[in-house]
Ligand binder design. Sequence first.
Ligand code: HXC
Length: 515
Amino acid sequence: MALKQKTIDLKRRMRDALQGGGSKAIKKQKAIGKLTARERILALLDPNTFHEYDLFVEHAAKDFDMDKKYLPGDGVVTGTGMISGHPICIYAQDFTVAGGSLGWMHAKKICKIMDHALKLKVPLIGINDSGGARIQEGVNSLAGYGEIFYRNTQASGVIPQISVILGPCAGGAVYSPALTDFVWVVDKISKMFITGPEVIKTTIGEEISMEDLGGAKVHAEISGNAHFYAETEQACFDQIKELISYIPWNNTKKADAFPKKAPRSRTYKLEEIIPKDPRQPYDVRDVIKAISDDSEFFEIQERFAANIVIGFSRLNGETVGYVANQPAVLAGVLDVDSSDKAARFVRYCDAFNIPLITLVDLPGYLPGVDQEHAGVIRHGAKLLYAYSEATVPKLTVILRKAYGGGYIAMCSHHLKADFVFAWPTAEIAVMGPEGAANIIFRNEIKNAENPDEVRKQKIKEYKQKYANPYVAAAYGYIHAVIEPTETRRMLIHGLEISKHKEEIPYEKKHGVPPF
Ligand code: HXC
């Protein structure tokens, strides 16, 4: 065949493969507000940068009449492209082809692009839209998942891994996203669960809809499996692009530096954020915005465990990761979920060379039977472990309360913060004045003629002595007591000074964190 004919043949083959599951299946996909796999990739990547590979891969299954079925690309699209001028590897499951189900060759395509991402040290983005293990391929489908999970784990901490759930993601399939760094869900489109409503009804008799079991809101707000929630697919792609601007391309790099910008100081005034009454709440995100370049803050897991705030912003053009107690929710206490959320983020920042800034204002760990039985000891320990292990620059600002275990856990001097600053409003003590006075002056209060009067007096005495930053400062546990308006300047200086920080951990295979 002459080149001309061969080219015509190639084009025909490409046309056949690119039709996916055909017009009927594509129509069904669109009718429920979903884009096709290739449309998703094109919407996410820089224009004209996507290059698809393994278009002609086909399944090799024979059982259940599979040998008579043609599944274009075996139901998954893989390739490389650019986001904001940086290279990435990507795959998107094509639900129009056998429900995006994962057979052996489908899994091999995914593994190939994962290996590619790891070898080239570029981020990997996986778009999940699948009925799960391809039932006709039996154990080979399970083997495929195992190969993917193994690679997710090998890639963890080396390249950023992003999962986007844009359809069903059921059974063991959920564990690939769960092993990755950031998971996106989209309203009404994403569904994630280990066992679906039918199985639940049959095995334990509970009835629940797919949406209530594993819809986008469930994972963004209750389970914490998702880091980001979007109303539409396009909004989700915009958020991914924004995230990518904050993180480095792999663990040997720093995130891109951007032009320095001052905070919008007319809107966010640091000296006015904390209320006069120390029991009143405020939104700690206002503090972050008052400090950060252009007052921008990219929040992660905004809807889950909102008593702690995590996310990225920039200081003098450089990415930093914030961990901040949120006094506006549960007074900013640490509990099972918030410890979990913060600990994982600290480890992410540490793995990817992102300095950590911790803002402290909390009454301690949340007391209660529920929390104790849910493992607040085990989960709380994750945060201690993550901060102690982290070797990136660690800067802490104590804004107001730093009581008890919360003082230690929120990147204190004792967990080897590089700089600890405290505002004059800081209160660093074993517990709040009310609780402390009731315990240590119990007998004096009980035996007094006027117990209420004596209690008030003792609380006042305790406050004068301990509800300030100066006792901790006297022991050298904080570097400087600073005016709130000094915060940005001190943090920028602290980051500058810590730029070449090098901390070599003890030689070991790895630690044993309280997972
Ligand atoms: C093979 C599958 C499939 C699967 C869907 N299809 N899931 N084929 N294996 N797992 C096919 C359907 O037969 C259909 O083919 C096409 O994909 C579209 O599916 P529909 O059912 O028509 O779509 P919809 O009504 O939107 O329902 C989507 C769905 C449903 C909710 C995902 O298909 C479903 O429940 N699928 C099975 C889910 C499941 O139990 N998966 C196994 C999980 S166990 P045709 O030819 O008719 O168009 C698992 C173990 C992994 O994954 C363990 C790893 C450790």
